[in-house]
Design a protein. Structure first.
Lengths: 421, 421
């Protein structure tokens, strides 16, 4: 069996490039694209945004298995409340709008979803609980469901499109679309995996903290989808934070298409698949953090030799979320005192005299004090890089963890102080 | 018995005013000052800072009772390690330097303290554990104790000074000195209470998160000092946060002088005293938060009708520490969606449909959605104020809490990205 799928970099018009890439330090040189079989992607300009597409509808050829992870927020958006209540692991269609999060919209927000998902379920002849919903954008504003319904009514006249358009349609303050595509061979079958994501601000784990959709071109049970998520979530989407702010809408959906059957009882097969899922999740989450609002540098905090995974994780996040660490990195200042502060404010029990900290390979402190052979010239050169690795060896155990954050600079303020105006 | 104490506002030279007040939105119009009896205040320009005094030594006429609260950080500074190990509630002298925190300086940092406190203890003939030490400034840099010793040697030639000079000598990025003075009558005795504090960045509770020294002009047992601290800490110093970053050096010291005896077994007396201590602690902590680095607006988050004090507190801090709430306030944008987000990311169990939020008296949302009679004109006028009160009524209990924070703006970035350069 052969597929007419294509994995290629997209050629964008200069205008498109300008819009998408303006200002991003880590702007991708090219974008992975993919036009899937087995599901149909439609994008629309519904009117949530002034220009640009803001509505995505994906219709699956047949009912597919899906597993979702949502924000742990205690003030979830209407789509999260809806999906959690209705969906039971089967999906026929997905509707995502950007520009309005339908969050803290009370009963009205739920009625809005009921209204437009009803229209779609009649149109494509599926049950209402087979439609998944996401929304991203402004919190607290009620919108007229007709904005979406008007587009649903145009579905049959629309051409299908590819994942890059899907990624663009769900963007908010993102400066570039985020897509990822993998091809792998299992039991002599070629399996495509592809996904897209959005996210730029309000990014701190507890779960994935943005919207991400990943599709696997083979049949996988819900149990195995769950396993794949659990195995790969912490080291990918749950390892990033732009601002420590957890969104009301964060959602990750992992879909399995009914295209091929592979034997996942073979441990080897599961491992190959899981590694590919990791790659795609890591890749998408890195694109999200690298597009962190206003980012000029990526901060990677690696904590080694902690007493527990949890301790390593808390300290890594305490570092990348510290306003003082983030501003120091923005100012290209290897101010390691602030890293000591950030370790301390995690309140994790450490032995201060065993801590070694380095920027990249350049040690700044060890045995509880400044490193005697500290090479400030080298460090000042290192701190000018776009990716700053802060390595913390706690010297008290065997566990490690990595967290990814960004610097805090004028541009972050500009974006977030002017967001609604 | 009569004292020659004076409580008056200080007249500063225009240059002094310029230095102290530049850029602060909440710059005090005048400063409380007080020249104490019962202890001698000396300030010096030791050389940690380029200009301005940077060393404070206070010598008590006799051994006094003291109780201290320190940062809960797991990477405490050398002075905190030293004080905690040696001091047993009695004090003859206090040494505070600004410009170098003597933090993460390992055994060397302890030796430095040993060296200079030894010199002082010989000079004033007291035990080494009767000298309390604080340091604030850059973390991780070792300094030569001679910088301090040289000044100790000049002690006998120095004139004593007042608390405003003390407050100035311990400033780092503060834009104004912070003093507070109270006079109260207990059992027909006039009791002066006075204090000073510093703090501007790296401010988030878990304990007081700056340096603060308060002196009560009467004899109080250590047990009662502890009670006074415990009763008043949470609603004062522990209710503020500039940036969520907990310092390695935060210290609050409450001294009782051996000047007068009052009967604190009388409940009424203890209440009067405790209320005065609250006033002085609240006043100093408000001066600290109002001098938050770069601050243009003070944010006061009041959480009402929570299930527990702890829940109210967590939500109040989640709001004032959210980068997105802080930038919205900086941009004069009453973006209440971000407050919903901040409530959610506390992960406290709430009933979203019972939440009412208002800016000042202006309701923005109620019953889980936007307020039908929302008055955007009034809200947009309100948000231009210097003090923004965010009121959150959770509607699920009877507990409340207040937290004070500041906005996040260009100036905070400027201060913290350029701090060492």
């Amino acid at each position: 069996m052969k597929h007419k799928t294509s994995t290629k970099d997209l050629q964008l018009s200069s205008n498109e490039r300008l819009f998408i890439e303006s200002g991003s330090v880590f702007k991708p040189k090219n974008y992975k694209n993919f036009k899937p079989q087995g599901n149909k992607i439609y994008t629309f300009h519904a009117g949530f945004k002034k220009k640009y597409d803001d509505l995505l509808i994906i219709i699956f050829d047949s009912l597919v298995n899906v597993e979702c992870v949502y924000s742990k927020t205690s003030t979830p958006s209407a789509p999260i409340i809806w999906d959690k209540k209705h969906n039971n692991g089967k999906c026929k269609a997905l509707i995502v709008n950007s520009g309005n999060a339908n969050a803290h919209t009370g009963k009205k927000g739920i009625e809005i979803i009921k209204h437009y998902s009803n229209i779609l379920s009649k149109k494509i002849k599926c049950k209402k609980n087979e439609i998944l919903i996401s929304s991203t954008g402004i919190i607290g504003e009620i919108f007229d469901p007709k904005i979406i319904i008007n587009q649903i009514n145009k579905l049959h006249f629309k051409d299908t499109t590819h994942i890059l358009d899907a990624a663009k349609a769900i963007m908010t303050t993102d400066t570039y679309p985020k897509t990822s595509v993998h091809k792998l061979l299992i039991d002599n079958e070629i399996i495509n995996i592809y996904g897209f994501a959005k996210g730029s601000g309000m990014i701190q784990p507890n779960m994935g903290t943005m919207l991400a959709y990943i599709f696997i071109e083979c049949k996988i049970s819900n149990l195995n989808l769950k396993k794949l998520l659990k195995k790969n979530l912490n080291s990918t989407f749950n390892s990033i934070s732009v601002d420590g702010d957890t969104s009301t809408s964060d959602t990750l959906m992992l879909f399995s298409l009914n295209k091929k059957n592979i034997n996942l009882k073979k441990q080897k097969n599961f491992k190959i698949l899981s590694a590919a899922i990791y790659d795609i999740m890591f890749n998408l989450s890195q694109q999200v953090i690298k597009d962190g609002e206003g980012l000029s540098k990526l901060i990677q905090a690696n904590v080694f030799k902690a007493k527990s995974k949890n301790q390593a994780n808390n300290i890594a996040f305490s570092i990348i979320n510290s306003a003082l660490v983030k501003t120091a990195i923005a100012g290209q200042d290897a101010n390691w005192g602030r890293i000591i502060m950030a370790i301390g404010k995690s309140f994790e029990k450490v032995n201060q005299n065993k801590i070694t900290i380095s920027f990249g390979k350049n040690i700044v402190c060890t045995k509880g004090a400044i490193y005697k052979k500290i090479d400030l010239k080298k460090i000042n050169r290192y701190i000018k890089n776009k990716i700053i690795k802060i390595n913390v060896n706690l010297g008290i155990g065997n566990c490690s963890s990595t967290a990814y954050g960004n610097d805090l600079n004028y541009k972050y303020i500009k974006i977030n102080a002017d967001y609604r105006s």
